[in-house]
Write a protein that binds this ligand. Structure first.
Ligand code: DGJ
Length: 359
């Protein structure tokens, strides 16, 4: 079934502003104050409860006992382009670490700090400031009680292409870095984690020089890839995977491979996590759908205690000023096999126009 309802390419503009629900510094001239402090305003500056801009890019969320934990790339400092990456626009900031924020309502976030810091004094370390540490995702292992983080580890020129793993006794760290691997000998770049209802966890990652995605079952402790794996979307060049499950079926949203530049999202559905996966098309609809609303997928969050309600999380990258990249969170609707995401300037989790859609 084709879900391509994308009709016109209109850049989404005039989205600067602040979601200043919480007390904090006076908004800068380019920011706006949200009219509704409980509302999400995709693409606008989003501050934590202490008034500091939330810094958790390409993130993922863990939910536990009424609290959401948001992990992401902490990006600060100068954005620059290493010589080897200039041809494809591969700008970077040096690694600071993985940040974590907590929230009970998904709108107001408290900074927990850098839960996996960069390593400053060992240039050969995977977490050295000169490396690439992207797309951290965390799940809890019920058997060991540990919180397990997987992330994309790379060299400055993205030739190292590995998956890194770290572990913690608490959701807010500190995480202890263990190692990086090439699962079953294969390159691993953009990735995500998915923990199924039966407690098994899977790593999805762009492999084969980004041409083909792989999914691999993790070991019982989630610390190693097993030999059970499959190739997905062969030669379709997909990255930025975000996986979720609804009514017993698996869904994945991905982006194309165009560096920091946005492109159309695509989703696929499967009865079994190892496939076959059926590509359905672009889940985004309306103006901006051909650029995923000027953003790139990172995670699909099931809203706790609300079966069938999901939030699509994406990053609006600013390739020349990466720390000023923004978060685009939008309601994601599923009806049967059909997934849809529409732009909203402002929406509330508890409003009929928000993630509840018309439920
Ligand atoms: C696209 C990926 O999705 C991002 O995580 C990042 O690796 C950029 N490429 C770098 O250009």
């Amino acid at each position: 079934m084709t879900r391509l309802r994308c009709v016109v390419s209109v850049a989404v503009a005039l989205l600067c502003g602040a979601c200043t629900a919480d007390p904090g510094p006076e908004p800068a001239a380019s920011e706006q104050t949200a009219t509704d402090p409980g509302a999400f305003r995709p693409g606008e500056v989003w501050r934590d409860v202490d008034g500091q801009v939330i810094n958790a890019h390409a993130g993922g969320i863990l939910y536990e006992d009424g609290t959401y934990y948001w992990y992401g790339q902490y990006m600060e400092g100068e954005t620059w382009a290493p010589g080897a990456n200039r041809a494809w626009g591969g700008t970077r900031v040096d690694v600071v670490g993985v940040s974590c924020y907590s929230s009970r309502d998904l709108r107001h976030w408290k900074r927990a700090g850098i839960v996996l810091p960069a390593v400053k004094d060992d240039p050969s370390h995977d977490l050295h400031t000169s490396k690439v540490v992207e797309r951290p995702k965390v799940v809890r292992n019920e058997k060991t009680g540990k919180y397990v983080m997987w992330m994309h580890i790379d060299s400055e020129d993205y030739s190292y292409a590995r998956a890194g793993v770290a572990v913690s006794d608490t959701p807010t760290g500190p995480f202890v870095y263990l190692r990086s691997v090439r699962p079953n000998g294969h390159m691993s770049r953009d990735m995500t984690l998915f923990k199924d209802d039966d407690g098994r966890a899977y790593l999805f990652f762009s492999s084969e020089n980004n041409a083909t995605m792989h999914v691999v079952l993790l070991s019982e402790d989630y610390l190693e890839p097993t030999s059970e794996w499959k190739r997905l979307f062969v030669d379709r060049s997909r990255e930025a995977p975000a996986v979720f499950k609804h009514d017993g079926r698996y869904f994945i949203v991905t982006s194309g491979c165009t560096g920091w530049a946005p492109n159309p999202a695509e989703y696929a559905v499967a009865e079994s996590i190892m496939g076959p996966w059926e590509v359905e098309g672009n889940p985004c609809a309306g103006d901006g759908c051909d650029t995923t609303f000027d953003a790139q997928s990172t995670f699909v969050l099931p809203v706790a205690d609300a079966p069938g309600r999901f939030i699509f999380m994406a990053d609006r990258w600013r390739p020349d000023d990466l720390p000023d990249s923004r978060y685009v969170w939008l309601p994601l609707r599923v009806e049967g096999d059909a997934v849809s995401i529409e732009w909203k300037d402002e929406w509330r989790l508890d409003s009929p126009a928000g993630a509840t859609a018309d439920r």
